[in-house]
Design a protein around this ligand. Structure first.
Ligand code: FES
Length: 325
């Protein structure tokens, strides 16, 4: 990944809570190429962890990916914000951002795509990587359908331009317009397991697609997803203790913090990347205790073995975990 300094050259309100932000290289040099599904890691002043924002490409011109003149982001103002989206919404034209990237953890596997139409599913701001995939598939002449779920038409970023570019391939499902609604179950019933499905959005949507596609025995390799939220405490979450066997340190993990956050606050330097339980980078060996796996990385068999866990999201069923750290 490259480290880049980018200058904000345009800001537009896509919806009441989504801003479209255009960025150019501060030094005027060409920007690195990117592929659909890629993101930038943006440094936020005063925050240790950078925030990831997908690159939005609505243009099917190959140069938009291969030799981009600028980058486009779509940023939703989170409520409550942990600081990242608030900072992004406070930017003005001329402000500078430090970023790492582009990097892609949600690739569109064009080589795997067969003659069956690709199914793209977006929930809310999850449209940002999905819009880039639609542009790329259109450019490649591949068939696709895009199902875009949101609360209301007015809150769905980039909807008009997507509808104009892709016509009948775009299906809009707004919670407040009964005629447009399509229950997820019905959508998945209409998909053949030979098709590849890409989904991005909130945890509830991802969980439902993953669970229902597994229930339908679809090949795992045909279901691709990216979660657009960081872990939130669940009802009933309790505190627990973590012992790091190598250093002998013991930490209390409160219900509203992850193991990773507590270790960072204590000055430890654990490995991590996505912070969403998807990439496996933060995986540690469990020596004692029973983890409460909340990641999307481990297989069922690996979860049942309980000998590794992802400390960015997973918690503990036992009062104490001993980790090989
Ligand atoms: S940092 Fe990616 S799974 Fe934990």
């Amino acid at each position: 990944m490259s480290k880049l300094k980018l200058t904000v050259t345009d800001i537009r309100s896509e919806t009441q809570i989504v801003r479209a932000i255009t960025l150019k290289a501060s030094d005027g040099e060409p920007l690195p190429a990117f592929t659909p599904g890629a993101h930038l890691k943006v440094s936020i002043p005063g925050q240790k962890a950078p925030r990831c924002y997908s690159l939005v490409c609505l243009d099917d011109d190959p140069a938009a990916f291969e030799a981009p003149a600028c980058y486009h982001l779509g940023v939703r103002l989170e409520d409550p914000s942990t600081g990242g989206s608030r900072h992004m919404h406070s930017l003005s034209v001329g402000d500078e951002l430090e970023v790492d990237g582009p990097r892609n953890d949600f690739e569109l596997h064009e080589a795997q795509i067969n003659e069956h139409a690709v199914v793209l599913v977006a929930g809310g701001i999850g449209i940002t990587p999905i819009a880039s995939m639609a542009a790329s598939l259109k450019r490649a002449g591949r068939a696709f359908v895009l199902h875009y779920y949101g609360r209301s038409r007015a809150q769905m970023a980039f909807l008009d331009v997507l509808a104009a570019q892709h016509g009948e391939a775009v299906h809009m499902h707004a919670d407040d317009e009964e005629a447009t609604q399509l229950p997820l179950n019905d959508l998945l019933d209409s998909v053949d397991q030979k098709q590849h499905l890409y989904v991005c959005g909130p945890k509830g949507l991802i969980d439902a697609v993953v669970e229902q596609s597994h229930g339908r025995q679809w090949p795992h390799a045909h279901v691709h997803f990216e979660l657009f939220s960081t872990p939130a405490p669940q009802e009933g979450d309790a505190g627990f203790e973590v012992e790091l066997r190598q250093s002998g340190q013991v930490f209390h993990i409160p219900p509203d913090k992850t193991i990773l956050e507590v270790l960072e606050e204590a000055g430890c330097d654990p490995l991590f990347d996505c912070r969403r339980g998807e990439c496996g980078v933060c995986q540690v060996v469990v020596l004692e205790g029973r983890p409460d796996h909340r990641d999307y990385y481990l297989s069922e068999a690996e979860r049942d073995a309980n000998d590794v866990m992802q400390i960015c999201v997973s918690r503990s069923h036992s009062d104490r975990l001993v980790l090989d750290l």
